[in-house]
Write a protein that binds this ligand. Sequence first.
Ligand SMILES: Cc1cc2nc3c(=O)[nH]c(=O)nc-3n(C[C@H](O)[C@H](O)[C@H](O)COP(=O)(O)OP(=O)(O)OC[C@H]3O[C@@H](n4cnc5c(N)ncnc54)[C@H](O)[C@@H]3O)c2cc1C
Length: 388
Amino acid sequence: MKRVDIIISGGGMIGSIAAVAASRQGLSVLLIEAQAIDTIQQKSPRDLRVSAISADNINYLKELGIFNHLLQERIQSYSKMQVWDNRGDGEIAFEVDYAQQDYLGYLLENNNLVQAAWNCLDGQCETLQQAQIKTIENEGSQIRVELSNGDKYKSRLLIAAEGRNSFVRAFTQIKTKETSYHQKGLVSYIKIENAPTQTALQAFNAGGPIGILPINEAEKIFSIVWSLPQSQAVHWLECEQKTFEKGVKQAIGKDFGRIILLSKRAAFPLTQLYAQEYFKKRIVLCGDSAHGVHPLAGQGVNLGIGDIQQLFKVLEPSVLKDNDLLHQALRKYQRRRISKVKETSEMMSLLHHLFKDDEHIKKPLRNIGLKLINSLPIKNWLAGQAGS
Ligand SMILES: Cc1cc2nc3c(=O)[nH]c(=O)nc-3n(C[C@H](O)[C@H](O)[C@H](O)COP(=O)(O)OP(=O)(O)OC[C@H]3O[C@@H](n4cnc5c(N)ncnc54)[C@H](O)[C@@H]3O)c2cc1C
């Protein structure tokens, strides 16, 4: 049986960043990923999944050395945000405080971040792709796992970063509460002729918001995340290109010139998910295995990176050896993260419900709501500042 300090199951964005963070603390790691990790180059087709990473979290990625491993031609900073309601006159626009920082955040393809983090892993971290945990023993002062290939490992801690449908979470019998938004998030790339520069855009409509995120300013390429009622998603996924372009233009509601669809389209169900506990003995949840939030302010990955920062603040090598100290450390992690996640997720839900329908009673509220956003911390959420 092989031995490491920490096993991480799931090598997506959060699992791979956690592996780098653990290695930087001198801990030995086994990172297990069910899929094969994409190799992307400058000219590879774009990943349809794009994330807005806040300035604070970009700084953390820089500290870990991950930022420099990103394909720099495939990332885009943004320094301004513009948010409006197409059914009222509410509109807010804001930009970064240049005295503090040059940007509000960066837009990047999910597989660019995953590849960068994997490229940062050193000899401290053993990696396995296309492998999974089959069984877990979570008793006493260590974890024992058996993998699908028959290999056996023991460790002091098992981190589940397997996304929403976490095997480890289910195996550990940690309960979840999941609520459907009855929406799908449609993603694709478009070209916009005359959009404002360095600006992430978001328009609220009956049915759901559309986020328009610059991913390559020079070529005027934007990633869109269009939240749609489930009943409409199939139509917008399958309709003719011209119909889609017209629909997107209408959902944006402002005239930024010609819009051209550049890619395939894909849609993901939108749900809110809370794990009721974030740890059990020596197993701990991070990222979407612990929580799922509405993507309207792009906070999923940011919350996950916040989890990692908090987890490695409380975990020191000596803590891992002692059951009581570890329990205290993980309780602290759970307390801090559950309250942070709840605050963010409920704010996203409030915005979703406030803007979703065209009910008469909500109209004045929406208009006031958007104006209020400008003076409230919600603005920071929208700017992706509240990740950690
Ligand atoms: C439409 C949409 C748009 C979004 N936009 C944004 C945004 O702009 N900004 C933002 O911050 N967030 C955004 N999010 C949320 C974001 O995508 C997620 O929060 C993020 O992917 C979570 O990362 P993760 O690593 O926890 O999970 P995942 O990305 O789901 O990765 C999990 C990894 O674990 C692997 N895995 C699964 N099961 C196993 C197993 N049993 N064993 C081993 N490996 C396993 C998977 O193959 C995968 O590689 C968006 C979400 C949606 C749906």
